[in-house]
Design a protein around this ligand. Structure first.
Ligand code: SAH
Length: 239
């Protein structure tokens, strides 16, 4: 799958392309990340892409012109690669909160264009004319859309078949819709040593008895969910 990211800070995406699971998936061709510098679409020598808000008030607003031209250019690059039309997404605190169901939907599409806002945000006419979806990392305000975009790109890439070393680990994670602990948080994990600071690993995990271990894990996942996120237990499965 392919992500085209429009940003003022393309280098920030090194965090995804240079480390861990996402780096490996990109190197192996499972995912492609194309970062586009919004300033390349500015109309003046100063590479201006923002201006003061009509109506007054603090901060600057990203202009519709450079954003629109960038999106059109990205669209034609996607078309030349035999992809698209890819949905255009703006990262925004006004957007749909990102959750595992959204991540799973993202991972099934071949291509997305993601816009990272900065300053006070983006001219509404660009949103009305070009943007298909708004996604939010949560009910708080970030300085820019990049960290939110990286979060969603990372989460989607690890859902791609072959991205994880062990296929099972994507199924048996928190929020997964399939598997033994579907819809629950993850169960607790332990590794060596058997006793640490006086605390022993639960006996059942050393028993080698697969059914009893699976049973313990299901119960432990349920317990963790009711302790940390009781809201998940009362949520319809499809959300
Ligand atoms: N004035 C805006 C905040 C702008 S923050 C407001 O009050 O809603 C600048 C940019 O950061 C936004 O345009 C958006 O792209 C990004 N951003 C901030 N918080 C975000 C969040 N929770 N999720 C996704 N993107 C966010």
């Amino acid at each position: 799958m392919r992500f085209d990211i429009l940003t003022l800070f393309p280098d920030m995406f090194d965090a995804v392309t240079r480390y861990g699971i996402t780096r490996r998936a990109i190197e192996r061709g499972l995912a492609q990340l194309h970062c586009h510098q919004l300033r390349d679409y500015a109309h003046d020598a100063y590479k201006t892409i923002d201006d003061r808000p009509y109506g007054g008030g603090p901060g600057m607003v990203m202009m519709a012109g450079p954003l629109t031209e960038a999106v059109q250019d990205i669209r034609s690059q996607q078309q030349s690669a035999g992809l698209g039309p890819a949905p255009v997404v703006l990262m925004s605190p006004s957007g749909q909160p990102i959750n595992q169901a959204l991540v799973d939907r993202i991972a099934t599409q071949p291509c997305w264009t993601i816009i990272c806002g900065r300053y006070e945000g983006v001219d509404q006419r660009f949103i009305d004319q070009q943007v298909d979806e708004l996604w939010s990392l949560g009910d708080f305000v970030l300085s820019g859309g990049e960290i939110a975009a990286m979060a969603v790109v990372d989460a989607a890439i690890r859902r791609l078949p072959g991205a994880l070393g062990d296929e099972q680990s994507a199924i048996q994670e928190s929020f997964s819709v399939q598997g033994p602990a579907a819809g629950l948080l993850d169960w607790p994990h332990y590794t060596r040593p058997e006793v640490f600071n006086g605390a022993a690993v639960p006996d059942v995990l050393l028993s080698g008895h697969h059914e009893r271990i699976a049973d313990w894990r299901r119960k432990a996942a349920l317990e963790a969910t009711s302790r940390h996120r009781p809201d998940l237990l009362h949520k319809p499965k499809s959300q």
